[in-house]
Design a protein around this ligand. Structure first.
Ligand code: NAP
Length: 303
């Protein structure tokens, strides 16, 4: 029986593992994909203290190595179901079952899709959700990024160093992204802007993306943009929280209702990182959540 099982090995989950192991608890970390979470797909991080400029994979590697040095158990397995028992939970995964007294949910978020016709068929054939993963496939080609937050602008910046031209499409005429990043993008000669526009259609030829249709949000006018790839960065959704939807309260958007201490409506379940309802989703707040949720779980176990 584990004291604490942490579901998700992003920044929040790995930080929780460091704190929980330093308190000498028996800890299991369950990760479905790769350790590091969302930052693994971020080219450069400039707002994490003590690391003025570090690549996402490098930061992920450092946090992972630090967590590993405290010897929690790691399993790479997808959680299918969690059953509540009198003294804790049974976690059923693809390959195994684990018993645990408490759970820290640190499952992060997933890409928001466009929900347009052809989208599923074009993923990997011109539609991508990760510029750092797929950008190099479109060297010297014309590409577009859809979105106006930090992820979209970081992607546009990254692609501007690879592609011939990047068109940044956003539904408003002001960006949500940090001002410093917006300034960097505006100084790029091969980045063009399509503001107050949305992607209306994904046009397909020979099973690949051939162009997109943009719609002006003000007058409804449509125009076609020929591109080799569209990078979709229109925010994220907490789909991973489904595994606890019957065990804790979620807000109307599906985020876990929990305070900064990570305490949820279930006394044995804690939430950390982007999957928690909160106002600022950053690496530094994910790390803070990891520490707080572990501390709450440790206090619960020590009572
Ligand atoms: P975000 O900040 O929520 O931005 C999403 C963008 O997509 C917004 O510009 C939004 O438009 C647009 N959008 C949302 N739904 C849409 C729809 N259905 N159709 C068209 N456009 C839509 O998401 P994010 O950029 O993925 O970032 C997620 C979090 O990670 C944020 O807190 C962000 O600051 C953080 N992050 C930080 C860094 C960093 O600091 N290094 C890097 C990446 C991400 P509106 O603006 O009109 O709402």
């Amino acid at each position: 029986m584990y004291d604490i099982t942490i579901i998700g090995a992003g920044v929040a989950g790995l930080t929780a593992a460091i704190y929980a192991r330093r308190a000498n608890k028996k800890v299991l970390v369950l990760e479905e994909k790769v350790c590091g979470g969302q930052i693994v797909e971020t080219e450069t991080i400039e707002n994490y203290p003590a690391s003025p400029s570090i690549s996402g994979p490098e930061l992920a590697k450092n946090i992972y190595a630090q967590a590993r040095s405290f010897n929690p158990d790691f399993e790479y397995d997808k959680v299918e179901k969690i059953e509540e028992e009198t003294d804790g939970f049974k976690i059923i995964t693809d390959f195994d079952e684990y018993k645990t007294k408490t759970i820290i949910v640190a499952v992060g978020t997933d890409y928001r899709h466009l929900n347009l016709e052809n989208e599923d068929a074009l993923i990997g054939h011109g539609v991508s959700f990760c510029a750092t993963c797929d950008g190099s496939l479109y060297k010297d080609k014309e590409v577009a990024v859809f979105g106006g937050g930090n992820s979209a602008l970081y992607s546009a910046l990254y692609l501007s160093n690879l592609a011939k031209k990047v068109t940044l499409i956003h539904r408003r005429n002001e960006f949500r992204a940090d001002a410093a990043l917006v300034e960097k993008i505006k100084n790029k000669s091969n980045v063009e802007f399509e503001l107050e526009k949305v992607v209306e259609k994904l046009n397909m030829e020979n099973k690949s993306l051939s162009s997109i249709t943009l719609k002006d949000v003000k007058n409804g006018e449509e125009k076609e943009l020929k591109i080799s790839a569209l990078f979709v960065e229109i925010g994220r959704v907490p789909t991973g929280n489904k595994i606890v939807e019957n065990l804790v309260e979620l807000d109307e958007d599906g985020y876990i209702k929990a305070g900064e201490d990570g305490k949820t409506s279930n006394p044995r379940i804690f939430a950390a990182g982007d999957c928690r309802a909160k106002s600022l989703r950053q690496i530094v707040t994910a790390a803070a959540d990891g520490a707080s949720s572990a501390s709450s779980a440790i206090n619960f176990l020590n009572q």
